[in-house]
Ligand binder design. Structure first.
Ligand code: NDP
Ligand code: 2IT
Length: 445
């Protein structure tokens, strides 16, 4: 490791003990940024990177709620307000039993660079709870969301901090959270994004992350005179991001052959077409069932407890969670001919896996660039809410495509290494510059 990175990471580790995911996210960025900062001493003297790695504010709170048996349950609630240099804090809420401070700080840190790359005026934040929506009734989810917002509402606002969805938080949860915020504040504002279309949501927001990750893969391929058409695509996850990535790959003429959940993955060599995808959407979003049921319905293989990276594919779209591709899996992907990885999830590849991808010079789109479509359309939802005027589907999709093109261009600009584009470096430096300049202009705050 570069001794300057080592020294910087020693400080981060000492200040944030036991936060492995946060250290991992910071180190990846520091490896790209520290050499760049050495060439641009104004950022070094102003300690921009040191400041970016310290949240502006962390809120932690108790979330008590009554389950259907009338018993009191207690969860932890969090909001990390990471950086507001270029706009109000913006980022999702994650409800998952694994949620802790380290995971939310890594996500909030990534969000700062991602939001900057979108070109829209959004700072970075993230929040959530260790609440597990799985197996809970709608009423339990509602009571939980109401209790969560009863504390969170005092920390957020349409010009302060605008949460949205992430793992375990979709349209249902955003609806309950918005209802409670409106009741407490007596205000109808764009304080959350991912809202239902009837009450201020934007068309294409549910689709945006999966569509965007696919557009980004297409951009990387087009830069080499190729495209998604005719390619075999392995996707992990079967939630919001995975579903709409599948739809867009199909629309672009590719074939999706895997989907997964925390139980295992299904392999459908004939492709998960639109009809089968509609079955998955019903299974996951309404029945809240397991992906295993797909294998039973369509008579395909189910690999219990496994991830899909052993399947031969041209393109991999990890769309489930962090650290879901390790070094061995990365090597297997490459050995089987995979040449494109576009990260729909946040930090799905371990540092060792990223090294394998970069050493093999494949097209590797890191999450902060490739999955920025979701927060981009959240930004467009904020704009529409402020104007009190909705845009049609085509208008939003056109803007999303343009934003993904712009992000790709920024990565090319800052990530060029001879005739190879290092998108990791490109996204890290490209995301950093705007935030760093804004922080310089605003003084030591
Ligand atoms: P969902 O809750 O809709 O779906 C999550 C999917 O990932 C499910 O299939 C889930 O399986 C699987 N999964 C979650 N945790 C694990 C785990 N620990 N191990 C294996 N599988 C797991 O979430 P999203 O689709 O919204 O989010 C997926 C990823 O995309 C996350 O990394 C998120 O941060 C990222 N992302 C999301 C955006 C958005 O707009 N929603 C925007 C940008 C990034 P199971 O049901 O079994 O838990
Ligand atoms: O990780 C992410 O970018 C999200 N979960 C979406 C954030 C948002 O504010 O739409």
């Amino acid at each position: 490791m570069d001794p300057r990175v080592e020294e910087f990471m020693a400080q981060i580790t000492a200040k944030n003990p036991g936060e492995g995911e946060f250290h991992q996210a910071v180190q990846e960025v520091a490896e790209s940024l520290i050499p760049y900062i050495e060439e641009n001493p104004k950022y070094k003297h102003a300690k921009i990177l040191e400041r970016i790695a310290e949240p502006e504010r962390v809120v932690m709170f108790r979330v008590p709620w009554l389950d259907d048996k009338g018993e009191i349950q207690i969860n932890k609630g969090y909001r990390i307000e990471m950086n507001s240099a270029i706009g109000p804090y913006k980022g999702g809420l994650r409800f998952h039993p694994t949620v802790n401070l380290s995971i939310l700080k890594f996500l909030a840190f990534e969000q700062v660079f991602k939001n900057s790359l979108t070109t829209l005026p959004m700072g970075g934040g993230k929040g959530g709870s260790d609440f597990d929506p799985k197996g809970k009734s709608d009423n339990e989810v509602m009571r939980f969301c109401q209790s969560f917002m009863t504390e969170l509402y005092r920390h957020i606002g349409p010009n302060t901090d605008v949460p949205a969805g992430d793992i375990g938080v979709g349209g249902r949860e955003i609806g309950y959270l918005f209802g409670q915020y409106k009741r407490l504040k007596n205000e109808f504002t764009g304080v959350l994004t991912g809202k239902g279309i009837q009450y201020g949501g934007s068309l294409i927001r549910p689709e945006a992350t999966g569509f965007g990750a696919t557009y980004f893969a297409q951009e990387m391929l087009e830069a080499e005179g190729d495209g998604i058409k005719g390619k075999k695509v392995a996707i992990s996850g079967s939630g919001n991001v995975a579903q709409f990535a599948t739809q867009k790959v199909n629309e672009m003429g590719g074939k999706v052959i895997t989907l997964s959940d925390s139980g295992g993955f299904i392999h459908d060599p004939n492709g998960i077409d639109q009809e089968k995808l509609e079955y998955v959407m019903e299974l996951k979003n309404i029945k809240r069932g397991r992906i295993k049921e797909y294998a039973e319905k369509y008579g395909v293989e189910y690999h219990e407890g496994k991830r899909p990276w052993s399947v031969t594919c041209d393109i991999a779209l990890p769309c489930a969670t962090q650290n879901e591709i390790n070094e061995d899996e990365a090597k297997t992907l490459i050995k089987n001919g995979c040449r494109v990885v576009s990260e729909g999830a946040n930090m799905p590849s371990t540092p060792e896996a990223i090294e394998v991808f970069l050493n093999n010079k494949i097209l590797f789109g890191p999450g902060k660039a490739a999955n920025a479509g979701g927060v981009s359309v959240s930004g467009l939802e904020m704009t529409q809410n402020s104007m009190r005027l909705p845009w049609n589907r085509d208008e939003v999709d056109k803007q999303l495509q343009q934003i993904m093109k712009n992000i790709h261009h920024t990565c090319q600009k800052y990530g060029k290494e001879g005739d190879y584009i290092n998108y990791v470096k490109g996204a890290n430096i490209g995301g950093f510059v705007k935030v760093a300049e804004a922080m310089l202009a605003q003084g030591a705050v």
